[in-house]
Write a protein that binds this ligand. Structure first.
Ligand SMILES: Nc1ncnc2c1ncn2[C@@H]1O[C@H](COP(=O)(O)OP(=O)(O)O)[C@@H](O)[C@H]1O
Ligand SMILES: [Mg+2]
Length: 252
């Protein structure tokens, strides 16, 4: 559970509160790709921030490999919804940031980053600054930085949110390849139902704020199907129905 002081109210006990997340229980198995899908403002980013240790839950716990980690940073590779590139660092400098924090040798970090930047279509931009990049390129730099972190668990909060459909499709391919090559465990956030169905092993559909788990659905696994496959179409329809139910519930 997580609540915040309502906007404008002084922080602290007694003031009005916004309950962002209710009793949510989410599990991700090793090497699993799990997606959280839910309406805007239902607490998805709050949950990511809790898993990544940036927020402490007001109630509840987070555990990783059997150890409690709530409030501990640096245990997962986290790509926040905002790309958070440092404007005064180059593309290469931003990409290697996570590795530097982890104490990886600078030359090795730069070599690894260059390879992955090339894979993500950013060859030739090593020395560019974020201001010179398109939104999609910035997003890719942030994703490269996250993927370079030596953590088995990735938390990706709407990593393709700002991308157009073409770039988005290409990014999905990259993510699938990296997952199959690097064997990472992924907690993925999106509001795009088709993306969830195409990429996930399992999908949690959340309710409106305060977010609760409305349903958990099993998908075919990352990259197993194309958008036009009947299984994909029917799972999409089922999820859209659930989300319509969530919206109708909120309107009542
Ligand atoms: N740091 C914060 N302070 C106050 N309210 C917050 C904060 N972070 C999130 N909220 C509120 O909590 C709710 C859930 O936000 P968020 O987790 O960002 O939702 P989502 O990512 O699903 O769109 C929203 O009503 C939001 O305004
Ligand atoms: Mg969010």
């Amino acid at each position: 559970m997580k609540r915040f002081p309502a906007s404008g109210a002084p922080a602290g006990a007694g003031g009005p509160w916004v309950e962002a997340l209710a009793g949510v229980s989410v599990s991700v198995a090793e090497h699993e790709f799990v997606t959280l899908l839910g309406p805007s403002g239902c607490g998805k980013s709050t949950l990511c921030n809790i898993v990544a240790g940036l927020f402490r839950p007001d109630a509840g716990t987070v555990s990783l490999d059997g150890a409690l980690i709530d409030g501990t940073r640096g245990r997962v590779a986290y790509m926040q919804q905002k790309d958070l590139l440092l404007p005064w660092r180059t593309v290469l400098g931003n990409a290697t940031l996570g590795l530097e924090v982890q104490g990886v040798d600078r030359a090795l970090a730069r070599a690894e980053a260059r390879d992955l930047l090339r894979e993500f279509g950013l060859e030739g931009f090593d020395a560019a600054y974020p201001a010179a990049l398109s939104g999609g390129m910035r997003q890719r730099v942030a994703l490269v930085r996250t993927l370079l972190c030596r953590h088995d668990m990735l938390v990706l909060d709407e990593p393709f949110g700002a991308l157009d459909a073409m770039t988005r499709a290409a990014m999905q391919e990259y993510l699938l390849r990296l997952r199959s090559e690097f064997h990472r465990t992924v907690l993925f956030i999106t509001h795009d139902v088709e993306e969830a169905v195409l990429l996930s092993d399992r999908i949690y559909v959340l309710t409106n704020r305060p977010g609760r788990v409305r349903a958990v659905l099993r998908a075919q696994g990352p990259g197993a199907r194309r958008a036009a496959d009947p299984e994909v179409v029917s799972l999409k329809a089922e999820i859209l129905d659930l989300l319509r139910g969530v919206a109708a519930g909120a309107a009542r």
